[in-house]
Design a protein around this ligand. Sequence first.
Ligand code: IDP
Ligand code: MG
Length: 137
Amino acid sequence: MEKTLSIIKPDAVANNVIGKIIDRFESNGLRVAAMRKIQLTKKDAAKFYEVHKERPFFNDLVEYMTSGPVVVMVLEGENAVLKNRELMGATDPKKAAPGTIRADFAESIEANAVHGSDSLENAQKEIRFFFAEREIL
Ligand code: IDP
Ligand code: MG
C-alpha cells in the first residue's frame, strides 16, 4: 500500500466538482485516508512549490493556488503515486488523455484542477507538509 498527496485546486473547487473528482479516485481503487478544505497563504504555496521557484510561471502559480480554497487529501492504495498521476492526466489539459481528470475538468495548463505527488519520496514530504500522522486514517 502506498500513500500520495492530492490537491483539488482552486479552479475545480470553484467549479463545484470536488465530489466528481473524488469519485474518480474511489472508483479506481484509491481511498481517502485524510482530507481538509483550506485556504493556502502565499507563504504556504511558495513553500509547497519551492522546487519550481526558478520557473517563469512561479509567481502566477502562487497567485493561482491562493486565489480560493483547495481540498488537500491523502490517497491510499496499491501504486497510489502512479495511479493518481494516471488518473490526473498530463499537466496541459490539451495534452491530457481522454477520460482523465484534467481532460475533463481543467481549464488551462495553470488552472489544471488537481495536484498529485510525482514520486514516493515527494509524496511522503508533501503529506507531512499538510497532515499530522494522527489525521491519516
Ligand atoms: P504537474 O502538476 O503535472 O506535476 P508541474 O510541472 O510539477 O506539473 O507543475 C506544477 C504546476 O505548475 C502545474 O500543475 C501547473 O498548475 C503549473 N504549471 C506547470 N507548467 C506551467 C506553464 O507552462 N505555465 C503555467 N503554469 C504551469
Ligand atoms: Mg509536479
